[in-house]
Ligand binder design. Structure first.
Ligand code: CTP
Length: 408
């Protein structure tokens, strides 16, 4: 934690008195610490205590006496390498989950791009309330790390789940999470995502239900684990992960051209895009009028990008996805062989709780030499982590440590 800029946000809860020691843990570890407090937190302990411990003024509101910084919430948000919310009340969790910004703490938290660590501490019934559970699930899905509250004696005078863990435990949990593995460092990872679209006329097109979530999660995880990442994406509403090379494409031909060019010096390529298998043979140059009772579109087959990459492959590790509605493993296995892949992620798109547009997925990893590996249902981000764990294990098995992207 040495020299890391740590913003610690205290919100309303009796556990504020223990949060003082969380601040101390970071100061002891030689981090630069700045504290912000909600109005409720200031009723529990004084800002002066935390200013003395952190050796920095404490943010208590947008305007403070003697202040020279006119946008302090943005300054704090941009300064932070990590943001810790401790204790996190049900209220701040609800605000964070919904993007509300109605005081200094919630506004700075909304503005920061730093990794966020939330340590809930509240009454057991507030914790188990479906609304709080829902909000925690939303935050987890957004990539916020949430520490599991402890079971024990609550301020209410009885035992229950909702107690804040000990400050040393909180510090070591955050330290572990910050030590991100850099096992993709030096490797070039190319990912395709979202659906391609094929024009019918100037105002209409053919496409599919892909949201791009799985591909974007793969790109984000690869970046975090140290890779040089290229994301080739069809239209999507998702935020482009920072620090990657991004190609926005529309149709299959554009995706194919970029994928083939980026594949040459790639180490790992993953086709997570839902590619339109057909395109309109001759898209109309003018808007098609509804003056006929039926309309026939003539479609021609698009190239299979993944198959082409499989033919072009040298030492690249090539991964495909299989969207199946029946016989998932058998059909996936056929695609693995036919497209000369190193791994195929088989996806049952007939299920409505996973797959297209949903935040979760449940997939099976198929590889040429091993038994199929079913993964449990999890967020697409978690699935992305497991996919890279497996790719790294298989590359190591093949004795591949060197990168195609790096000078040999
Ligand atoms: N894919 C591709 N180019 C296409 C179609 C698919 O690169 N024209 C890729 C997808 O990105 C995915 C894999 O091939 O990684 C499998 O896609 P899927 O739609 O499951 O299968 P298809 O090969 O299109 O076969 P089918 O639609 O007949 O099941």
């Amino acid at each position: 934690m040495e020299n890391k800029n740590v913003a610690i946000y205290l919100t309303g809860g009796i556990a504020c008195y223990k949060a003082v020691n969380v601040v101390r843990e970071f100061v002891k570890a030689k981090a630069n610490v700045k504290v912000a407090m909600t109005a409720s937190a200031q009723k529990m302990i004084t800002p002066l205590t935390l200013a003395a411990l952190s050796q920095n003024p404490v943010y208590t509101d947008f305007e403070m006496p003697g202040q020279t910084d006119f946008v302090p919430h943005i300054s704090l948000a941009d300064w932070s390498d990590l943001a810790v919310v401790v204790p996190a009340s049900a209220n701040i969790i609800a605000k964070m989950a919904n993007g509300l910004a109605d005081d200094f703490v919630s506004t700075a938290l909304l503005a920061t791009a730093a990794p966020k660590f939330v340590i809930p501490a509240m009454n057991d019934k507030m914790l188990s309330n479906p609304a709080t559970s829902r909000n925690i699930a939303v935050l987890k899905d957004d990539g916020v790390k949430i520490m599991e509250p402890a079971y024990g004696f609550l301020a209410e005078g009885y035992d229950g789940k909702g107690r804040m863990p000990q400050p040393e435990e909180i510090f070591s949990w955050i330290s572990q999470q910050m030590a991100v593995k850099q096992d993709l460092k030096g490797l070039k990872v190319v990912v395709s995502a979202a659906g391609t679209i094929e024009k019918i006329d100037p105002v209409r097109y053919l496409t599919n239900f892909s949201s791009g979530k799985m591909g974007y999660a793969l790109a984000e995880v690869a970046k975090r684990r140290g890779a040089e990442v290229v994301l080739v994406s069809g239209p999507s509403n998702l935020q482009v992960p920072v620090g990657i090379k991004y190609h926005a494409i529309k149709n299959t031909t554009q995706m194919q051209n970029i994928m083939q060019a980026e594949f040459v010096d790639a180490d790992i390529a993953i086709m997570a895009a839902a590619v339109s298998d057909y395109r309109v043979k001759e898209p109309a140059t003018e808007k098609i009028k509804k003056d006929t009772p039926t309309l026939t579109l003539e479609l021609v087959k698009n190239p299979d990008i993944l198959k082409k990459l499989g033919q072009q492959k040298k030492s690249q590790f090539l991964v495909g996805f299989a969207a199946e509605t029946q016989d998932v493993l058998a059909n996936g296995g056929k695609k693995l062989i036919a497209k000369n892949l190193d791994m195929l992620v088989a996806n049952d798109v007939a299920r409505t709780d996973i797959g297209f547009g949903t935040k979760d997925n449940e997939v099976t990893l198929l590889t040429p030499k091993r038994q199929p590996k079913p993964l449990p249902k999890a967020s697409k981000r978690q699935i992305a982590e497991w996919i890279f764990d497996e790719i790294i294990a298989l590359r190591q098995e093949r004795g591949e440590k060197l990168s195609n992207a790096m000078p040999k």
